[in-house]
Write a protein that binds this ligand. Structure first.
Ligand code: DQA
Length: 137
């Protein structure tokens, strides 16, 4: 089983960025533990701060991988183009968020990903990614 974790803008700063909201762990450190825990799954990771690169990655893996776990960061709330990309591929996408976006500012309640996603997981910290993996197993 091949799964891609795709992180969007500012998620390269995890561990340093607003730790009271997003925690103290870098994604690279977390990904190492995920890799060990799910050693039978071919788990790949890609992060970009650039909307077009996220779309290119969705196109690249979206006809061959079994699942995509997407945290599009703030693009979740703005990007019709990422929403369209998800609509255009075959691989199911799960939208994840570290924080509970529904308990935060109103602009974070809008998602252009959710209508085209298989499901949405938000608010469980980095555990949100694990729950998404479990849902694919
Ligand atoms: C986030 C929530 C978004 O609203 C925010 O812009 C992020 C991170 C989360 O994982 O909680 O960058 O996607």
């Amino acid at each position: 089983m091949k799964i891609l974790i795709l992180n969007g803008p500012n998620l390269n700063l995890l561990g340093k960025r607003e730790p009271e909201v997003y925690g103290n762990l870098s994604f690279e450190t977390f990904f190492t533990t995920l890799h060990k825990k799910y050693s039978k799954i071919e788990l790949e990771y890609f992060q970009s701060n650039i909307e077009g690169e996220i779309i290119n990655k969705l196109h690249e893996v979206g006809f061959s991988f079994d699942g995509i776990i997407l945290n599009a960061g703030a693009y979740t709330h703005t990007s019709i183009a990422i929403g369209d990309a998800i609509k255009g591929i075959e691989t199911p996408v799960i939208e994840v968020h570290i924080s509970n976006v529904h308990a935060r500012e109103d602009f974070r309640h809008i998602s252009y990903i959710a209508p085209n996603a298989k499901g949405v997981i938000a608010g469980f910290g980095l555990k949100s990614y694990e729950l998404a993996i479990e849902s694919f197993i």
